[in-house]
Write a protein that binds this ligand. Structure first.
Ligand code: SF4
Ligand code: SF4
Length: 73
């Protein structure tokens, strides 16, 4: 796991065209970032993502992407 500077956060995105709602992300993200809404994954707690990036590997449809964002106070 990467340790990010305090003003850097990870924004988690799910491509709803690729996601089939299998729920692997709900079961395997240790932080509980994901839930299923209307048959597709929703990263409803993106702000608590710890940047382990395991979701890049466990999503069978490669529907999850992440990007670093900087918040300026
Ligand atoms: S693991 Fe991927 S395909 Fe499955 S619900 Fe999550 S985002 Fe969708
Ligand atoms: S990077 Fe890790 S903590 Fe963040 S959404 Fe993916 S699996 Fe969850």
């Amino acid at each position: 796991m990467l340790t990010s500077p305090p003003n850097l956060f990870v924004d988690v995105f799910v491509d709803r065209l690729l996601c089939d709602g299998c729920g692997y992300c709900v079961d395997n993200c240790t932080m509980g970032v994901f839930t299923i809404v209307n048959g597709r994954a929703e990263p409803f707690k993106s702000e608590i993502c710890v940047a382990c990036f395991r979701c890049h590997d466990f999503c069978p449809n490669h529907a999850i992407t992440t990007r670093w964002i900087m918040r300026i106070a």
